[in-house]
Design a protein around this ligand. Structure first.
Ligand SMILES: NC(=O)c1ccc[n+]([C@@H]2O[C@H](COP(=O)([O-])OP(=O)(O)OC[C@H]3O[C@@H](n4cnc5c(N)ncnc54)[C@H](OP(=O)(O)O)[C@@H]3O)[C@@H](O)[C@H]2O)c1
Length: 295
């Protein structure tokens, strides 16, 4: 397919799971890109890609140097630090100062100031900042990753949390990193203004309860993953005994609660519409992190 716009794309977070997939797809399509990292020695070597950095989002001067020469910025959200708004604002500000004229921001589904999932709340702040900034932008609210349940399992492959149980419990449309990367890559390489200002919920193809999703992961992997619903009190007590911080306890309990409450059950057409292919079912995710590796 002939690309309409081969202007340079800067990809942050390119040492990570999502950014590296976007970078690989951009390289496959012959794009010119700047890969930005805190530690550039960990960046992949790709045709058409320059390594930039070291640059952390919060270091505006380093980000200015790293982003110089790009017109589109793919901004992968940072890890939850309590300062994500400031970090993202710094990166966007730096980009605007050196000529970035479009930002594609990776937000999280359900982003909102009162979102049940704790880590979804500050994404909304970044979305507000982008609206105020005046820069062209598109927000991709990624669904919950298909890889996360495997990473949350313990050594016995048990995934425990207050995510509800039974056919009436809440559902979640898990989405693969590759589908999100494909959708973002296609928008990055197009010159259409159709997605300017859009907030796109990027979901998988079906909404499943955890009772349904986890056995599918077991079938796909041949490993004995199973889900055990916990009460809120059980969820708190077990994590506390494991020595997990209050902030992390709240984050993980709220991940399950958001599912149980049905906040993630929407299935959208964003992946098929932007990529031309159906969204990937969880059974075909193909990436199953080791137990106990959730961030
Ligand atoms: N939708 C979901 O279910 C879900 C699940 C988990 C996370 N997330 C969010 O989605 C983002 C991308 O997911 P992922 O799977 O690609 O995560 P990942 O593999 O942890 O990658 C995150 C990337 O962001 C970079 N980064 C983080 N903080 C930064 C900062 N302050 N300045 C510069 N770079 C920074 C990391 O750099 P280093 O390599 O130097 O650490 C890494 O390259 C995560 O960062 C998180 O905000 C979403």
């Amino acid at each position: 397919m002939a690309e309409q716009n081969l202007a340079t794309v800067a990809v942050t977070g390119a040492t990570g799971a999502l950014g590296s997939r976007i970078a690989a797809r951009l390289a496959d399509r012959g794009a010119s890109q700047l890969l930005v990292a805190r530690d550039p020695s960990r960046l992949p070597d790709l045709p058409g890609a320059q390594h930039r950095g070291p640059a952390t989002y919060e270091d505006t001067a380093a980000m200015r140097t790293a982003l110089a020469g790009a017109s589109t910025l793919v901004l992968i959200s940072s890890h939850p630090t309590g300062k994500r708004l400031e970090e993202h604002a710094s990166a966007v500000q730096a980009g605007m100062e050196v000529g970035i004229d479009r930002v594609l921001y990776v937000s999280l589904i359900g982003a909102g100031p009162t979102a049940t999932y704790r880590n979804a709340r500050d994404h909304w702040l970044t979305e507000q900042f982008l609206d105020l900034s005046g820069v062209r932008h598109t927000t991709f609210r990624s669904g919950f990753y298909a890889s996360t349940p495997a990473a949350l399992a313990d050594e016995e492959f048990v995934i425990r949390g207050p995510g509800g149980s039974g056919p009436e419990s809440g559902r979640v449309a898990f989405v693969t990193h590759d589908d999100i990367a494909a959708a973002i890559t296609n928008v990055a390489l197009g010159d259409s203004t159709d997605h300017d200002g859009a907030v796109l919920d990027v979901t998988g193809p079906e909404a499943l309860t955890l009772d349904e999703a986890v056995p599918r992961i077991a079938t796909a992997t041949g490993r004995p993953y199973r889900y055990e619903a916990e009460t809120l009190e059980e969820a708190f007590a077990r994590r506390w005994r494991l020595g997990i911080s209050g902030e992390q306890i709240e984050a993980w309990i709220s991940w399950y609660q958001a599912i149980a409450g049905g906040e993630l059950s929407a299935v959208t057409d964003v992946v098929p519409r932007l990529t031309g292919s159906p969204a990937t079912p969880i059974t075909e995710s193909g990436w199953w992190p080791s137990p106990k590796t959730a961030w």
